[in-house]
Design a protein. Structure first.
Length: 348
């Protein structure tokens, strides 16, 4: 949410803006669900944003904004990663606190056990010395109390064990939620949020070599305009399947937005990356797709790609800009090709 939108929804204009949002949703024939309202808030706040462009495209094509479409838009464009991070961090805090409590109880249990053993030894010594000694009765009473405390501690440990298992189950669920929040719903690749985080981490670490590639489906609009958006989705899933096969190990593939994809290649040379991208391009183009519903021939799908080598000290935006420029060089050069951004002078 932009700072301007944040101010609007918390200021005097909030109700008027909310009415405007609802009116626009009604004009578009969109149900006023909570998710749709959030989407339309962002849509009307910035009409030049990627989300707004995608909604305008759907409306222009008279596509129905169904719940499934809304979920896809939210997964791709709404900034939900922060919530997932907070959930994950909360789980980590719970784990640490639970581990601390478990350690304290274990230590107390050991202390009690040692104390009980000491009392038992003392009781035996006194019994051997003088069976009628009052001290024997005192030590016996303390020994009984210690045994009772041991039983209570055992019950507490059992409850703690159960809590541990529940916390582990909860953390597993929270991690699953986080993975879903960082995954593109249509292609099952990482989404833009996950990609931005990984790119930020990679540039911050300063580790080289690192190469960023951006890949675009050639003439993708033609598939949507000719066959409809469901067929366009089929093409996106096909390309993502090929990318997944060639993105194992340390490579990180994501849907960058629309018909664009991105791959990070850490620790690989430019020659290796070029060979991998050419293999991906040839693999995608080698198969003639058919429309699932009618079996119509969709023709060949081709890709254009551009990649750039990370320069020490370079920020994510600069690296993205250079990779994007290389992609458009491929487009201008006739498409269905791979272009490398100019490397540093005197670089190997």
């Amino acid at each position: 949410m932009t700072a301007e939108l944040e101010t609007t929804v918390r200021g005097p204009q909030a109700y008027a803006f909310a009415h405007h949002v609802i009116d626009e949703m009604e004009k578009a024939g969109v149900w006023p669900t909570r998710l749709n309202f959030e989407l339309w808030l962002h849509y009307l706040d910035d009409r030049e944003s990627p989300l707004a462009c995608e909604i305008d495209r759907l409306l222009a094509a008279s596509d129905i904004i169904s719940d499934e479409v809304s979920e896809r838009l939210a997964a791709e464009f709404l900034p939900r990663g922060r919530l997932s991070e907070q959930i994950r961090d909360a789980g980590a805090v719970l784990d640490r606190e639970l581990a601390s409590v478990a350690h304290a109880i274990a230590k107390a249990h050991k202390t009690q056990a040692d104390y009980g053993d000491t009392l038992a030894d003392a009781s035996n010594t006194i019994e051997a010395a003088d069976a009628a000694s009052p001290l024997k009765a005192l030590v016996g009473g303390l020994s009984t109390a210690t045994k009772r405390a041991r039983r209570e501690t055992a019950v507490l440990e059992k409850r703690l064990e159960t809590s541990n298992k529940e916390i582990a189950r909860l953390r597993e669920h929270l991690e699953e939620v986080r993975r879903e929040a960082m995954t593109d719903a249509l292609t099952s690749l990482a989404n833009r949020k996950a990609f931005d985080e990984r790119l930020e981490q990679s540039c911050a670490s300063g580790d080289a070599p690192l190469i960023l590639a951006i890949i675009d489906i050639d003439h993708f609009k033609r598939f949507n305009d000719t066959w409809g958006h469901q067929t366009g989705d089929q093409v996106l899933r096909y390309v993502s399947t090929v990318l997944s096969r060639f993105s194992g190990g340390n490579r990180f593939a994501a849907r960058f937005g629309g018909e664009e994809f991105a791959i990070l290649f850490p620790g690989e040379s430019a020659g290796t990356v070029l060979a991998a991208l050419e293999t991906i391009r040839e693999e995608v183009a080698s198969r003639a797709l058919r429309r699932r519903s009618t079996n119509d021939d969709l023709g060949k799908v081709t890709l254009s790609a551009g990649f750039a080598d990370y320069r020490p000290g370079e920020g994510p935006a600069a690296l993205l800009e250079r990779a994007d420029a290389a992609l458009y060089a491929s487009k201008r050069g006739g498409r269905n090709r791979v272009t490398r951004a100019p490397a540093l002078e005197n670089a190997a």
